[in-house]
Design a protein around this ligand. Structure first.
Ligand SMILES: Nc1ncnc2c1ncn2[C@@H]1O[C@H](COP(=O)(O)OP(=O)(O)OP(=O)(O)O)[C@@H](O)[C@H]1O
Ligand SMILES: [Mg+2]
Length: 221
């Protein structure tokens, strides 16, 4: 249960939410990303009052503006890495030629283009998560949400994944909001928000903040 919380997420930065198990990290991330309706309060993203939208508009908003990366990768096992990455573009109505090129480029960006013909079962955990990142990236979303993206990975692959997310904020100007248990990742973040029992208990900027843009912040309460 999230309560008494107002958060403004700064665009173009990597923000990590930390806190004990059950403190509400996943709940908060789901509310901010349009996956879980809050009982009270509101979420504003890109000038849109998210929870005032109907289901279709909300689905569309997520499809067009949000990328998701989860602990369990959530890839389709029957599809190759390339097909997994191209899939969201099909939903967006992008032509198959363009989808092919963009998927290729996204897989290049995560260093997996040579393995793009393989299916998830043939990839390591770290590689699967890089495919999931490419799938988020291929839409060029303003926002990427990542719930425990490194929890299923060893230290080296965890670092690779968090560095990729960091690079996406730098190179694409995307806003990345992640949840983690892993203290080793915190040094990579621009900002760390600590939750306890559904409330923010600490909010630490580790790099100089951008000027928050009026049309990108998220807030909930
Ligand atoms: N769908 C749900 N219905 C009711 N309560 C829920 C639901 N999902 C989570 N909760 C409760 O909300 C609280 C916060 O859960 P949440 O999953 O956000 O924690 P978390 O910080 O992500 O924990 P973890 O680190 O274990 O993933 C918990 O007490 C949990 O039991
Ligand atoms: Mg969680």
């Amino acid at each position: 249960m999230i309560k008494n919380t107002t958060i403004e997420v700064v665009p173009g930065k990597l923000t990590l939410i930390v806190g004990p198990s059950g403190s509400g990290k996943s709940t908060l991330l789901s509310m901010l990303s349009g996956l879980l309706r809050p009982d009270q309060g509101e979420v504003r993203a890109l000038g849109v009052n998210l929870w005032a939208q109907n289901e279709n508009a909300l689905d569309r908003f997520r499809l067009e503006h949000c990328g998701f990366v989860f602990q369990g990768f959530n890839l389709f096992n029957a599809l190759t890495a390339h097909e997994n990455v191209a899939l969201p573009l099909q939903y967006l109505g992008v032509s198959s030629t363009e989808a092919h090129q963009r998927a290729k480029k996204a897989l290049q960006e995560v260093g997996l283009e040579p393995r793009s013909h393989l299916r998830p079962a043939e990839l390591s955990g770290g590689e699967k998560q890089r495919v999931a990142i490419a799938r988020a990236l291929v839409k060029n979303p303003e926002m990427i949400f990542a719930d425990e993206p490194t929890s299923a990975l060893d230290k080296v692959n965890g670092e690779i994944v968090i560095e990729l997310l960091k690079r996406i904020t730098r190179d694409h100007g995307a806003t990345v909001l992640g949840v983690t248990h892993d203290p080793r990742l915190l040094s990579h973040a621009d900002r760390v928000i600590e939750l306890e029992d559904g409330e923010v208990v600490r909010d630490t900027a580790t790099t100089a903040p951008n000027h928050p843009s009026k049309d990108n912040p998220h807030a909930t309460s």
